[in-house]
Design a binder for this molecule. Structure first.
Ligand SMILES: Cc1ncc(COP(=O)(O)O)c(C=O)c1O
Length: 422
């Protein structure tokens, strides 16, 4: 463990005033959830909003409502997505049907999606991975042949837009995550949005059955949120980052998560969510543009192509080999640069899903698991960090070129010290 400036891969702004509001909400939080739901509905221009304890809870609730009105149970999801997504599908009593992705767009490989749709499919979940907008209209076009609803997973894309429409509001129903490191955070939380009257009234009925979070759990969550807000700062993050048993940044498959309504503490902590979201996304757009420009200059084109004016949660870079990705992650961990992989494998390799997914292979998802790294662009990132990150990435590429004949001989520290300024 080395004391040094250490960036988290992702972070969302939470001020002392937000924390004080959260603490107050432990005692006086009644009514805060209904206020937030009204604000979300007004801001995103939708008729129905329901705030729950997490993005997973939101997705499970949506699937339960869809499944209650249909005999279908199969849910199509990208083969490369957050492990929370299959966790939520299993929790709702449905089956996971992975579809391969295109590493260039991070969206579905549409020829595969067309081959998978049938009268057995309950819905298609379409995520905006890392805030990179998916082609929801194209997915809807394919889905409508069998009257399949599309669920827009905007967990990583709150406040992003496409053709003047907010991400999360383009499909039949959408949801955001308010988890740690998302565009805006309450420690955890999830928001369902829909304009459909039939889904809106079914969701309202379903939400009435969902329990409230216990007071003890709210206190625990409050302590965790305060600790996270302090330790996530670059001057202190070396400490939790040096404790591997905390499992920071790990993506977990756990269908047995708690499913509750958004509680008074979290709803009160979100009182200033609009300004926090806007501030966070302005910084993300600026840093994403700077990062993409610097990567383009130093590395040339290592896909996918990042879009302008996008508040990326992290900027993706795909390396030519898995070995280079591993090297980049090692260099980043040593220097505290916040560069890391995203999910370790396609979801079909999660042991609990192997029997349902069979022996199908997902080459696009495998490319992302093996060769993609993500670069931080949150509000703590500075211009110097961006130069250090691109310098480190370039160092690994240059070292690979020098050792082209024998890549296993890549030196232990292939990031040129001259490019680092910490
Ligand atoms: C794409 C995607 N969908 C769903 C979720 C679930 O959200 P939560 O962590 O709030 O349960 C996440 C969480 O990171 C996610 O990245």
């Amino acid at each position: 463990m080395k004391i040094q400036r250490y960036l988290t891969p992702t972070a969302a702004p939470v001020s002392w005033i937000d924390l004080m509001r959260g603490g107050w909400g432990l005692f006086q939080g009644r009514g805060a959830r209904a206020r937030r739901e009204r604000e979300f509905a007004r801001y995103f221009g939708v008729k129905y909003v329901f705030a729950l304890s997490s993005g997973k809870a939101a997705l499970t609730t949506i699937l339960q409502v869809l499944a209650a009105a249909s005999p279908r149970r199969k849910v199509i999801v990208p083969a490369y997505t957050c492990f929370s997504v299959p966790s939520a599908i299993l929790r709702a009593g449905c089956d996971v049907v992975p579809c391969d992705v295109d590493p260039e767009t991070l969206d579905y490989r549409f020829s595969d999606l067309e081959a998978l749709v049938s009268g057995d499919i309950l819905c298609i979940v379409s995520p905006h991975l890392l805030g990179h907008a998916a082609d929801i209209l194209r997915t809807k076009g394919i889905a409508c042949r069998f009257e399949i609803p599309v669920v827009e997973d905007a967990a990583q894309a709150m406040g992003g837009a496409q053709e003047n429409r907010w991400l999360g509001t383009q499909a039949d129903v959408g949801f955001f995550s308010l988890g740690r490191g998302k565009n805006v955070t309450a420690g955890s939380g999830g928001v369902i949005l829909t304009n459909s009257d039939s889904l809106g009234s079914a969701l309202a009925q379903q939400c009435k059955q969902i329990p409230e979070t216990s007071w003890i759990s709210q206190v625990q969550a409050f302590i965790e949120t305060v600790a996270t807000a302090i330790l996530i700062r670059p001057s202190l993050y070396w400490l939790p980052a040096g404790l591997p048993f905390l499992g920071l940044g790990e993506t977990k498959f756990e269908p047995d998560f708690s499913l509750c309504r958004l509680d008074g503490m979290r709803a009160s902590l979100l009182a200033s969510w609009q300004s926090r979201l806007e501030q966070s996304n302005v910084e993300r757009v600026r840093h994403s543009q700077d990062m993409c420009a610097a990567l383009q200059t130093s590395l040339g084109r290592l896909g996918p192509t990042c879009r302008e004016a996008t508040p990326y949660l992290r900027v993706p870079v795909i390396f030519p080999s898995a070995k280079m990705k591993v090297k980049v992650c090692q260099v980043s961990a040593a220097l505290g640069l916040g560069v890391s992989g995203l999910y370790p494998s396609p979801i079909s390799e999660i042991p609990a899903l192997r029997s349902t997914c069979g022996t199908s292979r997902f080459p696009g998802a495998q490319v992302l698991a093996d060769r993609m790294v993500t670069c931080p662009v949150h509000h703590y990132v500075t211009h110097q960090d961006i130069l250090n990150i691109t310098g480190a990435l370039q160092g690994v590429v240059d070292a690979k070129d020098r050792f082209a004949g024998n890549p296993s001989a890549l030196p232990a520290d292939s990031a040129p010290a001259s490019k680092m300024k910490v």
